[in-house]
Write a protein that binds this ligand. Structure first.
Ligand code: AHR
Length: 305
């Protein structure tokens, strides 16, 4: 029954009967792996059945997964959209089927906000701005700073927004973004693009990588070119996963803006509420910080991911 209080499990009542469909982006980065673990673990702990689908970086796979969740009449659909655009049709299908949708980690650019119940995730523009703030301080005394940018997946909210936030702050004419290209949020992509950047540009001062993995790939390319990452070329990244934090503690990365992947427990709470027809906040912003080398050394021993 829906009377509530039958299981003491958070007020949604009968949440052990819930079925939630989740469509994940893929497994492109350390961040994503930690995010998947957090979500799967939280639903398991809550005793809620999770139908998990990996889109392998393809929007068409996510659309298929969502349609299949609709067909199976799951109680809630959650997903982390690979890219921002092109969701209206499938979201309308979910809405018409009466299945609430929760956006997790990444948003969509749909103008009709009634197509989803809630968006849980980071403020990616703010993350880009935090990276930009650090650059302004770090290069306060420089006359000319040549920046290369390793962008996330083309069309993804974190790529669009981290590019925008950074440019909001890095406005002094002494800064020049001399090259920008996607490395698809992967280590291999970051390495490959950085190799090309190094060949074309003899005088790079700073790498701004939209995630740790691409920054770690850039480190490999910089070292292979006989240069010292963190010294000859400074590096600022976003995420703060363990490998990134280790590189920061060693001085190979100079600054990391945190993006938390630990969204599972909050997603469970939201899913229980929307399934029970309770209202939820339309936008729930993840709390996160930034790390210097000293702060990374301090944080590393307790870092879970
Ligand atoms: O959407 C979050 C981003 O996706 C992370 O910053 C990146 O590492 C991941 O691939």
């Amino acid at each position: 029954g829906c009377a509530g209080g039958d299981d003491g499990g958070g007020g949604a009542g009968g949440s052990e009967d819930l079925i939630v469909g989740f469509s994940q982006v893929g497994a492109e980065s350390g961040w994503r792996t930690a995010n998947t673990k957090s979500i799967q673990g939280a639903f398991e702990d809550a005793g809620i059945e999770l139908k998990f689908s990996d889109a392998q970086g393809k929007q068409e796979n996510q659309i298929k997964a969502i349609r299949s969740f609709i067909q199976q009449q799951v109680d809630v659909i959650a997903f982390s959209p690979v890219v921002e655009s092109g969701w209206d049709t499938v979201l309308k299908e979910a809405k018409d089927a009466g299945i609430p949708v929760v956006l997790t980690d990444r948003s969509v650019d749909s103008e009709d906000e009634s197509l989803y119940e809630s968006f849980l995730g980071s403020d990616f523009i703010l993350e880009g701005e935090k990276a930009g703030d650090w650059v302004n301080t770090e290069f306060a005394d420089a006359d000319k700073v040549n920046i290369v940018e390793l962008q996330g997946t083309t069309g993804a909210a974190p790529a669009n927004d981290r590019a925008e936030g950074f440019r909001n702050k890095v406005t002094d004419p002494k800064f020049e973004i001399i090259a920008t290209q996607t490395g698809d949020f992967t280590r291999a992509g970051g390495k490959q693009v950085m190799e090309a950047f190094l060949q074309a540009n003899p005088d790079i001062d700073l790498v701004y990588a939209h995630n740790d993995d691409m920054g770690l790939g850039a480190i490999e390319a910089i070292e292979a070119a006989g240069l010292v990452p963190g010294e000859d070329i400074k590096i600022v990244t976003v995420d703060a996963v363990k490998d990134g934090m280790t590189a920061l503690s060693e001085g190979k990365i100079n600054f990391i803006v945190e993006c938390s992947p630990l969204l599972g427990p909050q997603l469970v709470e939201i899913a229980e509420k929307v399934a029970a027809g309770e209202s939820v906040e339309k936008r729930i912003v993840t709390e996160e910080t930034t790390f210097t080398q000293e702060q990374a050394i301090e944080a590393l021993p307790d870092r879970q991911y």
